[in-house]
Design a protein around this ligand. Structure first.
Ligand code: LMR
Length: 394
């Protein structure tokens, strides 16, 4: 049997992690996988998470199962964080999942269960695991143009033109904030226009929210998304706690479903519960328990928010600094967009040969489409990266 397996296509982000790890050169710079690093190159355990962990260690008396939907106090805390008051709580159901990827997978399965005919519309470009998961599940996909390669900003007219082709009942996958891989985001007016289009055409929004708090702040980042979700009868959100709680390896996420009425909500709840059972039974508890402790304690929550804000403003400083260095090194305003982008990522718009040269000649690793993780830049990395980019382009 095993000999019948075909080699599986490599995920380009994970493959890059391997290449970087195997590179023996001193001073190599990793701008690949989306993991936050501080000025010393460390990915910290956030203070409030550490404190919640100590409390959990003291207070936990059993490792018995919690429930198929996970810890409901966690699910509710996440509903609050993600949706605020934009959608009435009794219209929402949710399941704890292993990471944001788990939430995407469960919601994609829910789409298939509900409507196998639905096409899922993906931004071009998008996180490579989106099309990979959907293809694996045999869910039809289409893409909508999103990024203007010339300006490195959103090509909104093209996006709207393409989404006009979607059929009623189709699903539109949107990045809630901090678009991955481009770093170019919709503004509030554009979210409003998307909302109108979604309502007019009867589409179902599916929002991937992996970076809340990494762009303009916890609330500002989700303003546009909340406008959309507050207006539509049905929607889904996959939210990740990997980045904003720094819980990467603990795998913490939530799949939220917004339903028009109680009956539909309960159908969705049953489907989420069943999908958890079918895929892994009970979702992993540890990280979600930490989020629940932290979010339900005013002091820990305030400290978490303060630390998240330090991380966010640090990334913004890196953005302004890098845009300045690139302006100096290339003697042009070609890369000014880096300061306007938000989140961990920016797609620099470099040709693949330049990306390769940066890796081979300068030990600077970025994803093949020239996506950089801004938080991967070490203190002295701004000038080095800017000069290397100028060198490979000359
Ligand atoms: C990324 O895009 O680098 C992150 O979302 C990590 C991952 O799993 O790909």
């Amino acid at each position: 049997m095993l000999e019948l397996l075909k080699p599986q296509p490599a995920d380009k982000i994970i493959a890059l992690m391997g290449l970087y790890a195997a590179d023996p050169r001193d001073g190599k710079i990793d701008l690949g996988v989306g993991v936050y690093k501080d000025a010393n190159g460390k990915t910290p355990i956030m203070r409030a998470v550490k404190a919640a962990e100590a409390r959990l260690h003291e207070a936990q008396t059993s490792k018995s199962y919690v429930g198929l939907l996970g810890d409901l106090s966690f699910v509710d805390a996440m509903r609050n964080l993600v949706l605020g008051t934009s959608v009435a709580a009794d219209r929402v159901t949710g399941a704890q999942t292993p990471g944001g990827t788990g939430a995407i997978r469960q919601l994609a399965e829910l789409v298939k269960l509900a409507n196998p005919q639905a096409t899922v519309w993906l931004s071009d470009p998008t996180w490579p695991n989106h099309p990979a998961i959907l293809k694996h599940l045999d869910i039809p996909t289409q893409s909508y143009r999103y990024f203007d390669a010339a300006t490195c900003e959103v090509n909104f007219d093209a996006m709207m033109e393409d989404l006009e082709q979607a059929q009623a009942g189709d699903v539109v996958l949107l990045h809630g904030c901090c678009h991955n891989p481009t770093g170019a985001n919709l503004d509030l007016l554009q979210w409003r226009a998307v909302t109108d289009l979604v309502l007019r055409k009867g589409l179902i929004p599916f929002v991937d929210l992996a970076y809340q708090g990494f762009g303009d702040g916890l609330e500002d980042d989700v303003q546009g998304m909340r406008h959309l979700l507050g207006a539509v009868p049905q929607a889904m959100v996959a939210a990740s706690c990997s980045k904003n709680f720094g819980l990467y390896r603990d795998r913490v996420g939530v799949a939220l479903v917004i339903a028009p009425d109680e009956k539909t909500r309960d159908l969705a709840k049953g489907a989420l519960s069943s999908l958890n059972r079918l895929n892994y039974s009970f979702p992993p508890d540890h990280g979600a328990a930490l989020v629940s402790i932290l979010m339900n304690d005013a002091d820990l929550r305030a400290d978490w928010q303060a630390e998240l804000e330090e991380m966010r403003t640090g990334m913004l400083d890196l953005r302004t600094g890098l845009a300045e260095e690139l302006r100096r090194a290339t003697n042009s305003d070609r890369f000014d967009f880096v300061a306007n982008h938000r989140g961990m990522f920016s797609r620099l718009g470099l040709p693949p040969e330049a990306v390769e040269k940066l890796r081979d000649e300068h030990a600077i690793y970025m994803v093949g489409d020239s996506r950089i993780n801004i938080a991967g830049l070490p203190k002295d990395g701004l000038t080095r990266l800017a000069q290397a980019v100028a060198a490979v382009l000359s």
